[in-house]
Ligand binder design. Structure first.
Ligand SMILES: [Mg+2]
Length: 109
């Protein structure tokens, strides 16, 4: 099953709108960023680890980060998909990329 950012955002809007605050979601995001840092430190040998699948753990913590990032957008009714395409378009011009996200997606179809 594939999920789109729009789908995830609609799901999280349904879950969080009306009671969650952007501040509480941001604090959860910062916690998750710390958990990603912990996994990366373990992978680099800077922190002891008895976990045997740090690759899977990294994925789990990245998913947690995405969850709260999209939740913050959802409760603020920010259209992440449109903004990502617009921002990438500007960045691709600024940094002279050979292709931008919108073109990439349209050529993929
Ligand atoms: Mg986590």
């Amino acid at each position: 099953m594939k999920i789109s950012i729009d789908d995830l955002q609609a799901y999280l809007a349904n879950r969080y709108c009306g009671w969650a605050t952007e501040q509480s979601m941001f604090m959860k995001l910062v916690e998750e960023i710390g958990e990603v840092a912990e996994v990366l430190n373990k992978r680099a040998g800077r922190k002891a680890s008895d976990e045997n699948d740090l690759h899977e753990q990294l994925g789990v913590e990245l998913v947690d980060m995405i969850h709260y990032i999209v939740a913050i957008a959802a409760i603020n009714e920010i259209d992440l998909t449109t903004l990502m395409i617009e921002k990438d378009k500007k960045a691709s011009v600024k940094y002279h990329h050979t292709i931008n996200l919108e073109t990439f997606l349209s050529e993929k179809k």
